[in-house]
Unconditional design. Structure first.
Length: 255
C-alpha cells in the first residue's frame, strides 16, 4: 500500500474511533443526566409531601416529561425541572391515532408484578380445551358476592378455553374471618374443591398452613386492587368487577 493509502486509511480509522467514542460519551452523559433529573424530581416531591409513596421516577418518550410511579400503581408526571406535577393520561398521536402511553405503562407494570407470583401459590382452574386460549388472573374474596357469581361461571370459562388463576384478596385484611376462610381453602388437600365449596357458603373447616395470602394481598395493593373480583388479562389489562363469561371471552378475543 502506498504512503498516501496508509494515510487515508489512518484518517478513516481515526474518524471511526472518534465517532464511536463520541457516541459512548454522549450516551453516558444522557444516562447520567436522566438519573440526576429523576433523583431531583423525587427529592422535590418528597420535600413537599414526605409520605408520598413513590416507587420509581423514570424517563418517558417525551424528553422533558418524566413518569412518577406510585406504590399503588398510580402514575403521575413531572416536568424535568420538577416545577409541575401532572395527573392524567398521556397519548401519542404521531401515528395518526390515540396511543395511550399511560395505560401501556400500567399494563407493563401489572404483567411484571404478576410474574412475581408463582403458579404453585395459586388455585388454578385449567381450561378444558386441548390448549388454553386465554388465561385470566383473579384476585378473589370468599365472602364477596360478585366473586361467588363469577366462580359459578368458571366451568363455562374453562369450556370456552379460559384458564382461571386465583389469588387471595380478603378485603377485610389479615386475621379477618374472610382471611381465615381463604387460608383454609389454600391449605386444603383439594384447594379447587375447597374454594368452590367455600364460595357456596359451606363450612370447609378451620385449616392453617404456610400460605401466600398475605403476600398476595400486598401484591394486589401494589397493582391497585381496591375491590373484588379484580380480573387481569395476560396483556396487563385490568377488568375491575364481575363480567359475564361469554362477554369475558369476547373481550379476550376468543369468541
Amino acid at each position: 500500500m502506498s504512503h498516501l493509502g496508509v494515510k487515508i486509511m489512518s484518517v478513516f480509522l481515526m474518524r471511526r474511533i472518534f465517532l464511536a467514542l463520541s457516541f459512548l460519551f454522549f450516551t453516558f452523559i444522557c444516562f447520567a443526566s436522566d438519573e440526576s433529573v429523576e433523583k431531583g424530581i423525587k427529592d422535590k416531591l418528597l420535600v413537599i409531601s414526605p409520605k408520598m409513596p413513590i416507587d420509581l421516577v423514570s424517563a418517558t418518550e417525551i424528553p422533558w416529561l418524566f413518569q412518577v410511579s406510585l406504590k399503588d400503581g398510580t402514575i403521575l408526571y413531572a416536568d424535568k425541572n420538577g416545577h409541575f406535577l401532572f395527573a392524567g393520561q398521556v397519548f401519542d398521536m404521531r401515528e395518526g391515532r390515540f396511543n395511550n402511553l399511560t395505560e401501556k405503562s400500567k399494563k407493563d407494570n401489572r404483567t411484571d408484578l404478576l410474574s412475581l407470583s408463582p403458579e404453585n401459590e395459586m388455585i388454578i382452574f385449567p381450561s378444558r380445551t386441548s390448549k388454553p386460549l386465554a388465561t385470566i388472573t383473579v384476585f378473589t374474596d370468599i365472602d364477596c358476592g360478585y366473586c361467588r357469581k363469577l366462580h359459578r361461571e368458571v366451568g363455562m370459562l374453562n369450556d370456552l378455553g379460559v384458564t382461571v388463576r386465583y389469588l387471595g384478596f380478603p378485603r377485610a385484611g389479615v386475621g379477618s374471618d374472610s382471611y381465615k376462610k381463604i387460608v383454609a381453602a389454600w391449605c386444603s388437600k383439594d384447594p379447587m374443591d375447597a374454594l368452590t365449596r367455600a364460595k357456596l357458603g359451606q363450612d370447609i373447616g378451620d385449616l392453617y398452613c404456610d400460605n401466600p395470602i398475605e403476600k398476595q394481598l400486598i401484591l394486589g395493593e401494589k397493582l391497585g386492587v381496591s375491590g373484588t373480583p379484580a380480573i387481569f388479562f395476560e396483556d396487563g389489562t385490568l377488568q375491575p368487577g364481575y363480567i359475564e363469561a361469554r362477554k369475558m371471552a369476547t373481550l379476550l378475543g376468543i369468541r
